[in-house]
Write a new protein. Structure first.
Length: 85
């Protein structure tokens, strides 16, 4: 019988509870950078984690470093030109 061993990867630097804390602290202030969140985490828990780790955890929590696209508002002339077209 041949059984495969699981869990051959690297040990995670943060527990799932700490991952939730990282996402929560980023949601509290949406303008903080990943480096600032990493510094807050170090101050709170005493554990050093990298900026990349924080960015990965935030992506896992569906927080992305994207700005919403601001569209140019249509004037009345634009609307009439579109309708005529």
């Amino acid at each position: 019988m041949c059984s495969r061993r699981h869990g051959g990867g690297r040990v995670r630097s943060a527990t799932p509870a700490e991952d939730r804390y990282i996402v929560l602290s980023a949601k509290r202030n949406r303008r903080t950078t990943a480096q600032q969140v990493a510094n807050q985490f170090l101050a709170a828990s005493g554990k050093q984690i990298s900026r990349k780790t924080v960015a990965r955890r935030l992506r896992g929590g569906e927080l992305y470093a994207r700005r919403p696209v601001v569209c140019v508002p249509l004037t009345r002339q634009h609307r009439t030109a579109r309708l005529q077209w």
